[in-house]
Design a binder for this molecule. Structure first.
Ligand SMILES: [Zn+2]
Length: 93
């Protein structure tokens, strides 16, 4: 009985690093999703590749630095090519 308990304990120890890694990846994915939801993500026009950076805002539209993409007015269009907000996709880093 004691031997069996020790063996199962060792098996758990062996698996622990893998489980922790899996949880870390899920946590990182969660954080990335939360950042997108909070509007911290840069958004890129899929037509001309203009990037809207919330940290910089958009001078052409009098958008203050620190304004998330989700807070832009509905009439906002790409300052370079005139595409609507729906043409923007999350920018890859
Ligand atoms: Zn554009």
């Amino acid at each position: 009985m004691t031997d069996a308990n020790e063996k199962s304990g060792q098996a758990e120890k062996c698996n622990a690093p893998n489980l922790a890694q899996g949880r870390d990846i899920l946590r990182l994915l969660d954080e990335a999703a939360n950042e997108r939801a909070a509007g911290a993500a840069r958004m890129q026009c899929r037509v001309c590749w203009y990037i809207y950076d919330p940290e910089e805002g958009c001078p052409a539209w009098d958008i203050e630095p620190g304004t998330p993409f989700s807070a832009l007015p509905e009439e906002f269009t790409c300052p370079d090519c005139g595409q609507p907000k729906s043409a923007f996709l999350p920018a890859e880093d």
